[in-house]
Design a protein around this ligand. Sequence first.
Ligand code: UTP
Length: 300
Amino acid sequence: MPKLKRRVTKAVFPVAGLGTRFLPATKSVPKEIMTLVDRPLIQYAIDEAREAGIKEFIFVTSRGKSALEDYFDHAPELENALRKKGNDELLKTLKSTNMDSGAIAYIRQHKPMGLGHAVWCARRLIGNEPFAVMLPDDVIAAETPCLKQMTDAYQETGGSMVATMEVPRDMTSSYGILDVEDANRELATVKGMVEKPAVADAPSNLAVIGRYIITPDVLNTLHRQKSGAGGEVQLTDAIAAEIGEGRPVHALRFKGQRFDCGSKAGFLQATVSFALARAELQDEFSSYLRDMAPLIRVAE
Ligand code: UTP
């Protein structure tokens, strides 16, 4: 008998954080609207989700995020103006940002009580099915989109899954860190997970990054869960509890390059990389960078 396809069609985008690392910009501009070249961070996440077969997009927002809702609205005046000018290419770009009616939902997290709490806020929209969680400030350049790599692997594993990558040992205290059975495998079985451990206590250098597939059991755990590291309700703690319950959790070493666009250095690195990948910018921008190189050496 052919194997039953496990489908993940809903994705939660927790975007209710304060974005303090980008103040003062994030005083009025949601971090997810900040652009790499000319596309907001959120657009990269939405495109990745679509390519993985996501049909319903659930945003967990907070006060001051209305620009995000406006971004996904249709823009008839702009579309008409471009149509009149015969600017078909830009019209196509603009239309690709439109979301189908009813495909997108917003729910508020009234207090930034942590990522786990943000996901829990979406519980009624998720219902009783596995779902993806995507953090838009992790932008991943990959031939096969990261979430698609995960949903493909999920066909084999079921259960919950996190995306993982190696980080330098001295950075382990900034991440959720995995304890896995088979550290060298692309798809590893997770034995344990600890949020922001002291470097000496980190069970490995495999960090959890902002892509997850989560089973509804995790929502039940979040319902009971107290705050963890940093006084926040941690999603990794709720996923780790799955292991204690005897349910499988896997970690996928995805293929691709992840940019931490929640940090200034990561955001700048992503900007340079994405600009260099754009045909229309490549020549001008790379010659600018070449001219800059001697100045950088002097500054060092
Ligand atoms: P971060 O840890 O990057 O926090 O959250 P932040 O508030 O966005 O940014 P900084 O650290 O103050 O600069 C990771 C993701 O989890 C969401 C954030 O919006 C981001 O997408 N999040 C975090 C919530 O939705 N709610 C929370 O309570 C915390």
